[in-house]
Design a protein around this ligand. Structure first.
Ligand SMILES: [Zn+2]
Ligand SMILES: [Zn+2]
Length: 201
């Protein structure tokens, strides 16, 4: 086994769940392994890591991975296998596979995003672009509807203004008429009254 600079081995069994190579320690004596596994069962993971480092001289990172994995590769988490290629998905909620390039954001119309290695590394950008375009279309449609609504609203306001203006004009005309009646009618009425009064004497 040749530990890398990271302290993790580059060869050995690969964990299905996280993709890390699980270090193996054939030199670990059964007594030490038993003692370390006992520490792990008791929940003393840190002590187990230390004991493993001491017993094997392995780098800390390597001992940590071994203890975290119980010394074994772990099966893939449920829902993290691509139904198209069997590759590993990043999470159970993933909607695209980086292994084969399938994208099922729209489950009814799964599609294959470019097959080249370059485009396979950018499916997120591709779907982001589609999302942005969709949002832009929606905004444009909304703006159109809003413009229609505004025009309609302006028409209504104009009509209300016109109605109010004509009602006001009507009121003013009535007011002028009454004023005229009073201004002309009162003196005539007064003259008639006076003449009736004068002639009755
Ligand atoms: Zn793992
Ligand atoms: Zn796949």
């Amino acid at each position: 086994m040749s530990p890398q600079k990271s302290g993790l081995p580059d060869q050995g069994p690969v964990c299905e769940r996280c993709g890390l190579v699980i270090p193996q320690f054939p030199e670990l004596s059964p007594e030490d392994e038993h003692r370390i596994r006992q520490l792990m069962r008791d929940g003393n993971q840190l002590l187990a890591v230390r004991a493993l480092v001491k017993a094997t001289g392995t780098p800390l990172a390597s001992a940590k991975v071994w203890v975290q994995h119980d010394g074994r590769t772990q099966p893939r988490a449920p829902g993290t296998t691509c139904t198209y290629c069997g590759g590993r998905l990043r999470s159970p909620r993933a909607q695209q596979c980086l292994e084969c390039g399938m994208d099922w954001h729209d489950p009814d119309r799964p599609k294959k995003l470019g097959a080249t290695a370059e485009s396979r590394s950018m499916p997120d950008m591709e779907s982001d672009r589609e999302l942005l375009l969709a949002i832009r279309d929606q905004l444009a449609e909304h703006a159109n509807r809003h413009a229609d609504w505004l025009a309609h609203q302006r028409e209504r306001e104009a009509k209300i203004d016109a109605d109010m203006a004509s009602a006001l004009e009507q009121q003013r005309a009535q007011g002028r008429f009454y004023k005229l009646v009073v201004l002309v009618g009162l003196p005539i009425f007064a003259i008639i009254c006076l003449s009736v009064f004068a002639s009755s004497r």
